[in-house]
Design a protein around this ligand. Structure first.
Ligand code: EPS
Length: 426
C-alpha cells in the first residue's frame, strides 16, 4: 500500500509530504520533480504569489544517493513568502506587540468570510477565533506538495512503462476542439507545452486568454476543465470485487480532493448517460500478431476502465474546476466574529488557476495508479515489481490461446521455466 500525507500552511515555512510504501531501488530524478513543480506555478491568470516562489523539492528521509531505500520518504517544498509572514505565521509563540508584528497582523487580518471557500464551515468546525487558521491550510498552495509526490509516483509508473500527460480542455465556457482518439501522448504534451494555458487547441487560445482578462478586469474568477491521459497501464489495476477497490472510484476521490474540483468524469461518462448502450460500450476484436494484449478495440468510450479495473485502453479522466472563491469584486457575506452583513474578504489570489490544476490532477492520478500497481504486484523493490509485472504480462498475453490445455501448460511453464521470483497474486 502506498499512502501519503501532506502538512504545512500556505504562508508557513514549508510544505511537507510523507510517502509510505514506495519500493526500494527507484532512482529519483529530482529535476523531473522540479520541472512539474515549475509547471504548477505557471499558466495565464495566476496571481503574484508565483513571482515570489521558486518551488523545488528537498528530501529529508527514505532516499540515499538518489535511490529510494523502501523507508518512508519525507519531502519538502519551502515557502519563500514565509519571510513576509514570519510574525503572523510563526509556529512558536511570538511577541505580537512590536510595531512590525502589529503592522503585519493588521495587513493580513481576515474579518469576512469568502462564500465558496472553507472559511465559514472551517471556522465553526475547528472553533477558530481567526479565519486565517482555516484559509492557510485550505489554500491550494498545499498542492505543491502533492505535485512533488505525484511526480515521484510518475517515476514509479515510468519504471513499468506507463506514462501520463495533462492538458486543459476548457477555460470558463471556451472549449478546445476534441482531440483525435488516436493522438499520441507525446503530441498532446507538445501541444500543451506550446500553450500558456496548457491547452491543446491553438485556435481558441486567444479566446481563453480574453476570457481570463475580462474576469480579471471585472474582479471575477474563472474555472475550467482539465484532462489526464495515461498509456501503458497493465490490465486489471483496481478490482470489481469490493466497492472501495474500484479504480474509477479511487481516482474520483483523489481528483475531487483537489481544491476547487467539483466533478470527475471517466471516458465519455457524462454523455453516456443519455445514449443507448450500443453507442457507449467498446466492442472487442481479435488481436493482431505481436500485440501485447489478446484483444483489441477500435473505440475507448470507457476511458480505460471497466468494472472498476483498468482494461488495457488509454485511461482518460476529466476534472471540473469551479472558479476560485477569492474575488476582488467580492460577494455578499458576513463579518466575523459579528456575523454582520459585509462584502467578502479579498486577498491576493489567482484569476484562473486551470493550467496549474491540470498538473495537480495528473499528480493525483499518478498516485492512485502507483498505489494500485503496488497493490496488484505486491513488492518491496523495483526489481521484484518488474519481474512480477513481466510474468503477469506474459500470462495475460497467453490467454489468446483458445486451447484450454495449451493455455494451462503455457501458464505453468511460465512459472517454472521463466523462473521469475513470484510475488503477490500468483
Ligand atoms: C497558490 C498560492 C496562494 C494562492 C492560490 C494558489 O498564494 P497566496 O494566497 O499567497 O496568493 O495564490 O491559492 C488559492 C487559490 C486558494 O484558494 O487558496 C499556489 O501556490 O498554488
Amino acid at each position: 500500500m502506498l499512502r501519503f500525507f501532506t502538512s504545512g500552511e500556505s504562508h508557513g515555512p514549508a510544505l511537507t509530504a510523507i510517502i509510505d510504501g514506495m519500493p526500494a531501488g527507484l532512482m529519483i530524478d529530482v529535476e523531473a520533480i522540479n520541472s512539474e513543480l515549475a509547471k504548477r506555478q505557471q499558466g495565464y491568470g495566476r496571481g503574484n504569489r508565483q513571482k515570489i516562489e521558486t518551488d523545488t523539492v528537498s528530501f529529508l528521509g527514505g532516499v540515499r544517493h538518489g535511490v529510494t531505500t523502501g523507508a518512508p520518504i519525507t519531502l519538502t517544498v519551502a515557502n519563500r513568502d514565509f519571510a513576509n509572514w514570519k510574525h503572523v505565521m510563526s509556529a512558536e509563540p511570538t511577541d505580537m506587540t512590536t510595531a512590525e508584528a502589529q503592522e503585519q497582523a493588521q495587513k493580513k487580518a481576515i474579518e469576512r468570510f469568502r462564500p465558496g471557500h472553507a472559511d465559514l464551515a472551517g471556522t465553526l468546525k475547528y472553533d477558530q477565533s481567526d479565519i486565517r487558521d482555516v484559509l492557510e491550510r485550505a489554500s491550494a498552495r498545499e498542492t505543491a506538495a502533492r505535485v512533488a509526490v505525484g511526480a515521484l509516483c510518475q517515476q514509479l509508473l515510468s519504471a513499468v512503462g506507463a506514462r501520463s500527460v495533462n492538458h486543459v480542455v476548457q477555460v470558463g465556457s471556451v472549449k478546445c476542439a476534441a482531440l483525435p482518439v488516436d493522438i499520441s501522448l507525446s503530441d498532446i504534451e507538445k501541444l500543451a507545452s506550446e500553450s500558456e494555458l496548457s491547452a491543446t487547441d491553438k485556435s481558441v487560445e486567444d479566446a481563453m486568454k480574453d476570457a481570463i482578462k475580462a474576469a480579471w478586469q471585472e474582479g471575477d474568477s474563472l474555472g475550467g476543465v482539465v484532462e489526464v491521459l495515461v498509456d501503458g497501464l497493465p490490465v486489471g489495476l483496481g478490482s470489481y470485487t469490493q466497492w472501495d477497490r474500484k479504480i474509477d472510484g479511487r481516482i474520483a476521490q483523489a481528483v475531487m480532493s483537489i481544491q476547487a474540483f467539483k466533478a470527475v468524469e471517466i471516458g465519455d461518462g457524462v454523455v453516456s448517460a443519455s445514449l443507448p448502450g450500443s453507442q457507449v460500450h467498446d466492442p472487442l476484436y481479435q488481436s493482431d500478431n505481436g500485440d501485447i494484449l489478446p484483444f483489441k478495440r477500435k473505440t475507448n468510450h470507457a476511458g480505460g476502465i471497466e468494472g472498476g479495473m483498468t482494461n488495457g485502453s488509454r485511461l482518460v479522466v476529466k476534472g471540473y474546476m469551479k472558479p476560485l472563491p477569492t474575488m476582488r469584486k467580492g460577494l455578499d457575506s458576513l463579518s466575523f466574529p459579528e456575523f454582520e452583513p459585509a462584502r467578502a474578504h479579498y486577498e491576493r489570489s489567482d484569476v484562473c488557476a486551470i493550467a496549474a490544476a491540470s498538473v495537480v490532477m495528473k499528480a493525483m492520478v499518478n498516485y492512485v495508479l502507483a498505489d494500485a500497481l503496488l497493490e496488484k504486484f505486491a513488492c518491496d523493490s523495483i526489481r521484484a515489481l518488474k519481474e512480477s509485472l513481466e510474468s503477469y504480462t506474459l500470462r495475460v498475453q497467453n490467454f489468446a490461446s483458445r486451447d484450454e490445455g495449451d493455455r494451462a501448460a503455457k501458464t505453468a511453464n511460465l512459472n517454472v521455466e521463466e523462473g521469475p521470483e513470484l510475488i503477490g497474486e500468483f
